[in-house]
Design a protein around this ligand. Structure first.
Ligand code: HEC
Ligand code: HEC
Ligand code: HEC
Ligand code: HEC
Ligand code: HEC
Length: 319
């Protein structure tokens, strides 16, 4: 294993560079659109409802995944964002935020960098609207106002990682070499005309089939590029440094989308299939008798050997 490791590493490094420079039909940086000024405007900009009629299966699978409600979460994420603001950002002496009205996109970015990357295209008013909506939802829940809570929950869930986020915004990683995602194109594994009038073209984005694509949000460790780094997901780091470094060769997509048969319903321990894929457990037991000393005499003893092998491509659990 050690020997393979030494030869393996430089090869992995070059293959990563080649993947990055493979052909991809991005283009020049599109001129920046005016920022979205409300949650609704941001949601409309990424509206993926037109995709449903032709890609029903992908949509159904996606709708069951956590990507379809990445700010609401299980629903543990939204309340944790509030906690991060209340006991973090608002308490820090140099954050510039003392009250909700001071919260900006930059403050939320310590979470939305991965939970809602498109928030960078919105004004600070949207950041504050998100905080107010989550707080309103928490209050309505507390007061048993079911209808109101349900409505607010829907708004929170409309902030998500959907078709357009993955197949456009996040699809191209090395933009200087491969170009920027174009507003009329969906990116996948083929080139040609595409039937959606809003997206008349489809083009190849090789990164989409590679682990690095998921790595954009699934974390390597602290997000050092932020003024105040946060750490949540670390699976991409563990995949790179503990799985591929030990000879592992499958991609996130191969395990989570293909082998699992779950496609766009990317899952973990909430799915029977993933649990079965997670580990091998071997248990061996034997009993014997042991003569301890003259007072206590012969005692029964059991020896149990447990061997657990993690078959996932990274540490489990994460976060
Ligand atoms: C009117 C029907 C229609 C609509 C609407 C539509 N698509 Fe498609 N799309 C297709 C067809 C047909 C293909 C080609 C499928 C094939 O060859 O397997 C395709 C291919 C794609 C591919 C390339 C798949 C690959 O092979 O890698 C992606 C990505 C994609 N669509 C995403 C979207 C997204 C995102 C939306 C919504 C914004 C959307 N589509 C809306 C019909 C549609
Ligand atoms: C590096 C990207 C990244 C950042 C930054 C990030 N998260 Fe996460 N977070 C994820 C991913 C990916 C998952 C799910 C997968 C996992 O747990 O490995 C997750 C899972 C979670 C979960 C558990 C999921 C659930 O629904 O119960 C919570 C809660 C959460 N994040 C809250 C936050 C909060 C609050 C912040 C900001 C303080 C934050 N995250 C910052 C990527 C990130
Ligand atoms: C979290 C990111 C993500 C989201 C969200 C997402 N996709 Fe995909 N999609 C992928 C990846 C990754 C692949 C597979 C790429 C590969 O293995 O080459 C893929 C493949 C596809 C394909 C090719 C055929 C197939 O089904 O494998 C189509 C079509 C497609 N997606 C449409 C959609 C539509 C429509 C939505 C919204 C309902 C959507 N995707 C949401 C990441 C995403
Ligand atoms: C744009 C950012 C983004 C991309 C790209 C992305 N994810 Fe995620 N993913 C998230 C976030 C954020 C969550 C957690 C949402 C929550 O619960 O709050 C998540 C959740 C998950 C979960 C569920 C974890 C759990 O605890 O059940 C799995 C599995 C997963 N992602 C796999 C993938 C795979 C595989 C890819 C690549 C094909 C991918 N993701 C691409 C951001 C992303
Ligand atoms: C060799 C197969 C395999 C590969 C490669 C793989 N995964 Fe997983 N992953 C699994 C299995 C199996 C589980 C379920 C573990 C469990 O039951 O807790 C899992 C769990 C997860 C979870 C949930 C972690 C938690 O808290 O329990 C996330 C998120 C995730 N994977 C994302 C990814 C991403 C992103 C990649 C690529 C960087 C990736 N996986 C590569 C098999 C794989």
């Amino acid at each position: 294993m050690r020997k393979i490791l030494k030869i393996g590493l430089p090869l992995l490094a070059t293959s990563a560079i080649w993947t990055a420079t493979a052909f991809c039909e991005g283009g020049p940086k599109p001129s920046e659109q005016p920022k979205a000024t409300t949650i609704q405007e941001l949601v409309d900009r990424y509206d993926s409802s037109s995709c449903i009629e032709c890609h029903e299966e992908a949509h159904e699978q996606w709708a069951n995944s956590l990507h379809s409600h990445s700010i609401l979460g299980t629903p543990r994420t939204a309340p944790t964002i509030i906690t991060a603001m209340e006991v973090g950002v608002k308490q820090f002496p140099y954050s510039g935020a003392k009250e909700d009205k001071d919260i900006t996109v930059e403050h939320l970015r310590m979470c939305t960098k991965c939970h809602l990357p498109q928030l960078e295209e919105a004004t600070d008013d949207v950041a504050r609207e998100i905080i107010a909506t989550i707080k309103g939802w928490q209050k309505a829940n507390k007061e048993g106002k079911e209808k109101e809570a349900e409505q607010l929950e829907e708004t929170i869930a409309s902030l998500n990682i959907n078709c357009r986020v993955c197949h456009n915004k996040m699809a191209i990683i090395h933009k200087w070499a491969d170009g920027y995602p174009q507003p009329d194109t969906v990116y996948g594994s083929q080139d040609g005309a595409h039937d959606d009038p809003d997206f008349p073209k489809m083009a190849v984005a090789p990164a989409l089939g590679e682990s690095i694509f998921c790595g954009q949000c699934h974390g390597q460790g602290p997000s050092f590029e932020l003024d105040h780094p946060s750490q949540c997901a670390t699976i991409y780091g563990s995949y790179l440094f503990a799985y591929t470094a030990e000879g592992g060769s499958e991609s996130c997509q191969e395990c989570h989308m293909v082998k699992s048969g779950l496609g766009h319903d990317m899952q973990s321990y909430n799915s029977e299939v993933m649990i079965k894929m997670a580990m091998d457990v071997k248990v061996e037991g034997r009993s014997l008798f042991w003569r301890k000393n003259s007072e206590e005499g012969v005692l029964p003893m059991g020896i149990i050997n447990v061997e657990i092998a993690n078959k996932a491509g990274h540490t489990i659990p994460d976060g």
